[in-house]
Design a protein around this ligand. Structure first.
Ligand code: DP6
Length: 358
């Protein structure tokens, strides 16, 4: 190996928003969920992570920077992803630069990782989903890991559960799997990003503050204390998954909206059923729900679906551009900028595709 080279790859991965939520693990270390989930991958222009990964014989240890600040890689989640990728690395050769890395070299070479989110981190906008998906995708390219996206999704899953769904664009299902080692707990694409391109997603940023209860500890407490979670995971979600897959396939917006809103509301109900209760939504979130519900009822058929992750920010999915324009008008009327509500910005995007900037 030549002594003073650096090999680098950059990739960009969008975040995803679950329309049937993942909430609860059956294995904390491998990150295996208690139910299947379905998500929509967003437009990378608005909510995405860009990650550059580099390797050089001059690096003395693995290091990572998130939004310019160095963070520790000692956590089990990072270590699990790095171990899985190193085990699958292959030879890399760059004749021009005189670089030759063998499979064995990857065991002792160190990595530098710089990741940047173009949206608030840990504010309930699925930053860990885009973050770990991008980390795994970019490292897999750098290390010449010859696995398909579904295998990579099982590695990203070990960083953060929802990350496995960001390996694909369009509509994605995370199959919970049955195996104890998690080998069949993978993401699959239900439909690509061109499917149902009428939909427009508007994110109303109610607060960009970091949430008080992380998803990880919140779902652990729910599994330990909620009486409703078992009913949700075993009875409700399996039925909804089948109905949601059909609604997506048939472009059936009324069913899609009904399932999306009900599932978000049930997820927040199990959070409330947790002891001590977890409140992710705030008054502004509740007002947004009322506003959408009233409008949908007035129109007689749903124009917009809403869903909220582990935070107060609203993800609003409009059936088409016209509905999106009317929704924005309504939001601006009821929540004018600089008013006493804490809703301060809107992000608009289409569904989207994983971009390989490497
Ligand atoms: C409410 O994937 O952030 O966004 O696996 O512990 O990292 P960990 O949790 P995470 O949880 C996401 C929860 C959710 C619902 C969803 O995305 O399905």
């Amino acid at each position: 190996m030549a002594e003073k080279w650096v090999l680098m790859v950059t990739a960009q991965t969008p975040t995803n928003i679950a329309v049937i939520k993942y909430w609860g693990k059956r294995d904390e270390n491998l990150i295996l969920p208690i139910n299947d989930s379905i998500s929509v991958t967003l437009d990378p222009q608005h909510l995405c992570t860009t990650t550059s990964v580099a390797v050089s014989p001059t690096f003395t240890h693995d290091r990572m920077w998130l939004n310019g600040k160095e963070i520790s890689l000692s956590g089990g989640r990072y270590q699990n992803c790095l171990r899985e990728l190193r085990a699958r690395a292959s030879d890399v050769e760059d004749e021009e630069k005189g670089i030759k890395i063998t499979k064995k070299d990857w065991e002792k070479l160190h990595l530098h990782i710089a990741s940047y989110n173009n949206f608030p981190t840990a504010a309930g906008l699925a930053s860990s989903a885009a973050g770990f998906a991008c980390l795994v995708f970019s490292l897999a390219k750098l290390m010449n890991v010859k696995e398909d996206h579904s295998k990579l999704s099982a590695i990203a899953r070990q960083g953060s559960g929802s990350a496995c769904r960001s390996l694909y664009g369009g509509f994605v299902k995370w199959i919970m799997g049955k195996e104890e080692n998690g080998s069949d707990s993978i993401a699959v694409q239900l439909a690509d990003e061109k499917h149902w391109d009428d939909l427009v997603i508007i994110i109303a940023v109610v607060s960009s503050r970091q949430k008080e209860t992380s998803s990880t500890s919140g779902m652990r407490e729910t599994v330990e204390t909620s009486m409703l979670i078992e009913h949700r995971a075993k009875e409700v979600v399996p039925r909804r998954i089948i109905q949601m897959e059909k609604a997506i396939k048939d472009l059936d917006f009324p069913s899609f909206a009904r399932l999306t809103c009900s599932d978000s509301n049930q997820f927040h109900a199990v959070c409330l059923d947790t002891s001590p209760p977890i409140f992710y939504m705030n008054d502004t979130s509740h007002r947004i729900i009322s506003c959408v519900e009233k409008w949908n009822r007035f129109e007689g058929t749903p124009q917009v679906a809403y869903t909220f992750d582990a935070g107060p920010n609203a993800v609003l999915i409009a059936r088409n551009r016209k509905a999106a324009a009317l929704l924005l008008q309504r939001l601006l009327f009821y929540f004018p900028p600089q008013s006493d509500t804490d809703l301060n910005s809107y992000v608009i995007g289409d569904k989207s595709i994983l971009q390989d900037a490497g």
